[in-house]
Design a protein around this ligand. Structure first.
Ligand SMILES: [Mg+2]
Length: 252
């Protein structure tokens, strides 16, 4: 991928992403805003508009009490550069053997909390995201949030979006599309939703951090803009398709 003012010298070894530099990213985002009148713009939430690291850090601090590991009580968002709890515990200074003993227990502790409405309140925004999504709406664009979160998390998700200043899903033109059941596959659910968007037509641009998902947008909507957020991903060995643009955030 050609990114002339890219801040990164080398592409991501897994995804191949080489994000645009600030000037190119700004030009791209302003262009989307300018074209958005009556057009649909779709946003993923986690690691696209929202940074979930404070959520995982808060859960780790609670877990520290359960397993009596003061080291883990020091967890901050910076200890969660990836979705690997092992990596986060190592960054907090735990030895591999100690991590092995509590890793399964952490997953059992983390899962029901992370995928709950209550803990959504810990999320913060990806830089520039509120300003960008608000500008799309103000320019007459149609905002849809298409997330892998399930319906169980609707209340907390809506409250979080509203408190952070994003266009509210309570607004008649804004939709929050959620997975019906937590156990459904994220990939199959998003593919299915993309077919519905395809039938409706009108997609200007889609933003998603997960290579599998943004690749699907690119395949189904070759004439729309598919933008990858180079934040983090599920660590699957999936490379971005040609024609997908990467950005680090929404600063513009
Ligand atoms: Mg995501």
């Amino acid at each position: 991928m050609n990114a002339p003012d890219s801040p990164a010298s080398l592409p991501d070894p897994i995804t191949g992403a080489l994000p645009l530099g600030p000037a190119s990213a700004k030009a791209l985002l302003l262009n989307v805003i300018e074209q958005s009148l009556h057009r649909l713009v779709v946003f993923d939430l986690d690691s696209t508009l929202l940074n979930n690291r404070p959520r995982s850090a808060a859960i780790m601090r609670e877990f520290a009490v359960q397993v009596n590991q003061p080291m883990l009580a020091m967890a901050t968002p910076e200890h969660f550069p990836t979705w690997s709890a092992r990596n986060s515990m190592a960054l907090l200074g735990m030895a591999d053997t100690a991590i092995d003993q509590i890793l399964d227990e952490h997953l059992d502790f983390w899962t029901p909390r992370f995928f709950s409405s209550l803990y959504c309140q810990h999320d913060v925004t990806i830089a520039g995201a509120v300003k960008f999504v608000t500008a799309i709406q103000a320019a007459g664009g149609i905002v849809h949030y298409l997330t892998g979160r399930d319906e169980n998390m609707r209340e907390g998700t809506q409250a979080s979006l509203e408190s952070l200043g994003f266009p509210s899903p309570a607004h008649s033109d804004v939709r929050l599309i959620m997975k019906p059941v937590a156990s459904d596959s994220d990939d199959a659910y998003k593919r299915n939703e993309l077919q519905k968007i395809s039938i409706a037509g009108n997609l200007l641009a889609a933003f998603d951090n997960e290579p599998t998902h943004i690749n699907n947008y690119r395949s189904v909507f070759p004439d729309s803009l598919s933008v990858h957020l180079d934040t983090d991903h599920s660590m699957r060995e999936v490379r971005l398709l040609d024609g997908i643009i990467s950005i680090k955030d929404f600063d513009h």
